[in-house]
Structure formats: C-alpha cells, structure tokens
Write a protein that binds this ligand. Sequence first.
Ligand code: TRP
Length: 451
Amino acid sequence: MEKQRGSFTNKLGFVLAAAGSAVGLGNLWRFPYLAAKYGGGIFLLVYIVLAVTFGFALMVTEIAIGRKTHLSAVGAYAALDKRFGFIGYLSSIVPFIITPYYCVIGGWVLKYFTVFLTNQVAEAAGDEFFTGFITQPAAPVIFFVIYAGATALVVMMGVEKGIEKASRVMMPLLIVLTVVIAVFSVAQPGAMEGLIYYLKPDFGRFSATTVLAAMGQLFYSMSLAMGIMITYGSYMKKETHLEKSVRQIELFDTGIAFMAGLMIIPAVFAFSGGSEEALGKGPSLMFVTLPKVFNSMKFGTVIGAVFFLLVLFAALTSSISLMETLVSILMDKLGWKRRKASIVTAVYLLAVGIPVSLGFGVWDFIAPMGMSLLDFFDFLSNSVLMPIVAFLTCIFIGFVVKPETIIEEAEVNGELKSKKFYKVMIKYIAPVCLVAILIFAVMEAMGAIAV
Ligand code: TRP
C-alpha cells in the first residue's frame, strides 16, 4: 500500500507539508486577530512562553515518533503500542475539521486579491465592506468554490511540485512585503499606542482564556497535535539535528506571526481607534484593517494586490498539504486511488465549506453554542480535539513508551540539551495544564463561566 502511494507524491507531500505548515493563514490571519482580541502584549508573551516550553516538547515528540517509526500518525502510534493506535486516528480527524474552513478563508483572500486588481481599494477601506461581502448569499460561496476547486485540482493531478516551486519565490517576497507594510503601519499617526498595546504585556489582562487561545494558536500555527509533524518526522533524515530543527521551525513560524501582528495591530489603532470593538473583530480583522492601510499608502492598490496574491500562495500551499493529508488517509486506509480519494475529499470540502460560508449570512441562524459555524469548527479543533490529542500523547509517551525513547531518537545525532526539562514537561507540566485548559474551554463554551 505504502509503495502504491508512490514515493514521489509522498516525498512531495512532505516537502509541502513542511513549507505549508510553517507559514500560512495561521500566521497571517489567525495570530493577529487573536493577539488583538486577547490583550496584545500579554497574548504575545504567553504565546512565546508556550512555544519555547510546551510547543518545543510536543514538536520534538511528534517528529521523533515519526522518524523512529517511519510512519504517519495513524500507523505510528500503533507501531509504538497497539493499544494506543486510536490516538493516531483521533489526531487525523483534526485536518478533516480544519480544511473546509481553511478554504473558506482562502476564498476571502482570493476575493480581496480581485478587489485590489480591480482598483476598489477605497471601497474596501470602508467599515462595512467586509461584512457586506461575507453576508451575501452567493459571492463568498463562489470564491470559496473556486479556491477549494483549485486546491482539489492540484491535489488530484499531483502537481504540487509547480506550486511548491512558485512558493519558494513567493515566500521570501511575502516576508519582505510584510516587513515593509509593518514599518508603514507603525509609522502612521496614532499607531504608537497600538505598538505599545502589542508589545507591552498588561498583566491585568491575563486570564485562562488568554492561555487557551494562545495554546490553540500554537497547535494551529505549528501544525501540532494533528499528526502532521509525525509525517514530517517520518521523512526526516537521521543526520538532521532534531532539536536544532525544532528551534528553527519555531523561530521562523513565530517570527512571521509576530510581523503579521506588527502589520495589523498598530494599524487598528491608527485607522479604527483601537477600541475594544475594533480590536475584537475576530476572523474579519485582517480584511477590515489592511485595506485601510493600503488605501493610505502610495501605490497602495498595487502593493495590496501583490500582498494578497502572496497571501493567496501561502494559503494555497497550506490548503494543498492539508487536503493531501486527507487524500493520503483515504488512500492508505481504504485503498482508494488518488482520483477517487480526491473527488470524495473535494465533495466533502464543499459539503462542509458551503454551510460555513453561508453561516455569516443567510444561514446565520445555525449557531452551535452561540458561535458562527467557522468559529465553531475552529473551536472544536483548536480548543477541544487538539488539546485532547496532545494530552493523550503526553501520557502515552510519558508513562507508556517513556520519554527516554524519544530522547534516544532525538539524540541519534547530537545531544538533546533540554533533556531534564523535556521529561518533566511531557510527564507532568504539559498534561496537567492541558487538562485544566480543556475543562476551562468546555465550561466557557457551555456558558458556565462568563468571560
Ligand atoms: N500551520 C498552518 C498555518 O499556519 C495551518 C495548518 C495546520 C497546516 N495544519 C496543517 C498546513 C497541515 C499544512 C498542513 O496556516
């Protein structure tokens, strides 16, 4: 079965997953709106602390599991211990939840690219433009279908290679452009207050919600607790220094998220006054704020068009590898051919994505637990399922497989410097925190505690 899948797509899938997992909408779209909403500096601080402690331990674990077993998540857990194979299945549910709504956001990015192409930047800078767009019955669905269709086409034809080549050029450009826009944003009158809000932690705003949000974001952005890093690890060479690679991935991923925040949050203060309402916009924040920035920029239309094109590519590499993950699971587990698996996956994406898209307009009466459908799926994966997978992984590694096994794998090529820390983290600190966070998440969602 493994052979039939072909090492070509397989290896490619890996490269894409690696690149796609590093940078995507998680960094550019999700991080800034969470940081804006959950207190700015305090969110940033909590995120960084979690990344170097908890995120570090979990990423080392997942990559080591993959490299040791040479298997992707579904097989890897079972290979270590038959009784725990279910964790692999559980983790592979996560990309099934994420991919449809990821493509809905991809559709929004596509829409904004066309808005700038057709020179509607002044309109887009208006306060009601975004809401006007997502509440329409047809337009957002059309953009979603085009975006999801493009993703599916690439996966079905197995032509990820072209996209990957293109994104090698696009990624560095995106980083440069993000820096340019961030510098411009920060230089706007009124932005200073936003810069302070973003960089200076206000401990008075620390709460369990901050930690929950930061942890969910960590999983999402670094593609943890969903089996992806295990697959990534299964292709990692023994010669590669595991700890160093993990540090590099974390630094890179966090660096880009940080720049995205710098591009958006000071601009919220400069252009929308930094009120609680302006900061709490959630998923729409990037789409509401950036057009205002581009509108006040010289050559803003062109820069905006290029920017959204680059974001589109960053999003595409991610949605392609997300969809590739789903397709591989179906191919492996059900023995389906690529074509069949791709078509079924595409139908699934449409079936879930269309309601998510309509959930902001004509179908907004569907509001599970008081959330929009998009927020609901996001909550389900990032605040519920991923903490459960992470918790089970910690217990499994900490007490069944034993941390020594992971440490040994990490040390095939060079010492794991944070050995003692790793052990304590994976056995005690992480699981305890995860349970606390999970209980809190569910209680909050049920409305048991008001925040
Ligand atoms: N980390 C990606 C982002 O920041 C999103 C993502 C989650 C992802 N899981 C993935 C991308 C799996 C590729 C493969 O946008």
